[in-house]
Design a protein around this ligand. Structure first.
Ligand SMILES: *Cc1c(COP(=O)(O)O)cnc(C)c1O
Length: 367
């Protein structure tokens, strides 16, 4: 490690590894050769591989994670006033999808691990509640055991927003395997990343898989007869082909992310509040979010040392103007959001960079 390490970027999405570049170019070659640019054979292969990894019978590839949520929620046939309980701390897409699908999002509070608080969900259940939409935030699975009990007691489905957590598991159960439907994003920032927009849904229900296939192409059966209103949400063959190749490297990528998280865990123990993996949890660290006193000063300090950090969702979803007047509770989320900071934790970091980040955090707190 040099005395003055180069800048530590928050993300590095470039593909510089020659072997990986070659693989991606081969994917493009293959598709130029067969010419089936949308829903081509690679889409079906990708769907089969995702279904297998998620332990589900069916997967349906779509345009984006937002489309996955939207089409998944369309399967609930929400009517005006129907409520879907989701988390206060997430990307905009989660609650927007509920609204665009015709429902009303109700916002539950979060726990220290930044995931939805099942006890808050239980308090917010009403006769209008039609589903629970947890987000496996930061690459860590929610307490699906607790959420499942609440859902069962009220006979309502769970739809999982798995956009940040492909590959995560809880007690050996993969993310996306526990709800009625699991919705994934593979946009370039996610742990399993396309070279553009992409998404996928998983389910065990054959009728829902058939409906999702219909919804992703204008509500048509046999791509001709239109039986319900929808639009074009199909997945590009090229993205599926890129993703198939990325899946071959995926386990190594997650192992590397987990290694980086473990380094931070060792180097920063006792300095700030760190992500914790409880027994049975296997997180994929989409983001490595610490909770820190004087967060904004720490961020500025790290920036002065060439370290790029990020406050991922500085505005809670229920505090967005578009959701003004929404029902819910988010006291703990409001307190936590002033303390959270994402450190660079992507798989291309080197140990020297992680040490540099940790040293600068310790320096800030006078350690
Ligand atoms: C990224 C993300 C989405 C949306 O996925 P896109 O593919 O960008 O449309 C939805 N929910 C969460 C929690 C996300 O992080």
């Amino acid at each position: 490690m040099s005395l003055f390490p180069a800048k530590v970027p928050f993300l590095d999405l470039r593909i510089q590894d020659p072997a990986e570049r070659r693989e991606m170019l081969e994917a493009l070659e293959g598709i130029m050769t067969h010419g089936r640019f949308v829903l081509g054979p690679e889409v079906a292969q990708f769907e089969a591989e995702v279904a297998r990894r998620c332990g589900r019978r069916f997967a349906v590839g779509v345009n984006s994670g937002t489309d996955a949520l939207l089409l998944g929620l369309r399967c609930l046939d929400l009517k005006p006033g129907d409520e879907v309980i989701t988390t206060s701390l997430t990307w905009l897409a989660t609650a927007s999808a509920v609204r665009v699908a015709g429902g009303t999002p109700v916002f539950a509070d979060i726990r220290e691990d930044l995931n939805i608080d099942p006890e808050s969900v239980a308090r917010l259940i009403s006769p209008r509640t039609k589903a629970i939409l947890p987000v496996h935030y930061t690459g860590k699975m929610c307490r699906m055991d607790e959420l499942g009990k609440i859902a069962q007691a009220h006979n309502i489905p769970v739809i999982e927003d798995c956009a940040q957590s492909f590959g995560a598991s809880l007690d050996g159960r993969p993310v996306g395997s526990l709800g009625l439907i699991g919705c994934f994003s593979m946009n370039p920032m996610k742990v399993l990343a396309a070279l553009g927009e992409a998404g996928v849904l998983v389910t065990d229900r054959e009728d829902l898989a058939a409906r999702l296939e219909r919804l992703r192409y204008h509500g048509t059966v046999n791509r001709e007869r239109c039986v319900e209103l929808s639009w074009n949400g199909r997945l590009d063959t090229l993205q599926a082909a890129f993703l198939l190749r990325r899946l071959q490297r995926f386990d190594a990528l997650i192992a590397r992310r987990r290694e980086i998280a473990a380094w931070y865990g060792k180097l920063l123990a006792g300095v700030v509040d760190l992500p914790v993996e409880r027994p049975g949890e296997r997180d994929v660290y989409y983001t490595y979010q610490i909770r820190a006193d004087r967060r904004d000063e720490l961020k500025a300090h790290l920036e002065s040392r060439g370290i790029e950090t990020k406050i991922q969702h500085p505005i809670l979803t229920p505090e967005q103007p578009v959701h003004a007047g929404a029902r819910g509770e988010w006291t703990r989320a409001a307190a936590l959001k002033t303390r959270i900071l994402c450190l660079p934790a992507h798989e291309k970091l080197e140990l020297g960079q992680v040490e540099h980040v940790a040293a600068c955090v310790r320096e800030f707190y006078g350690g």
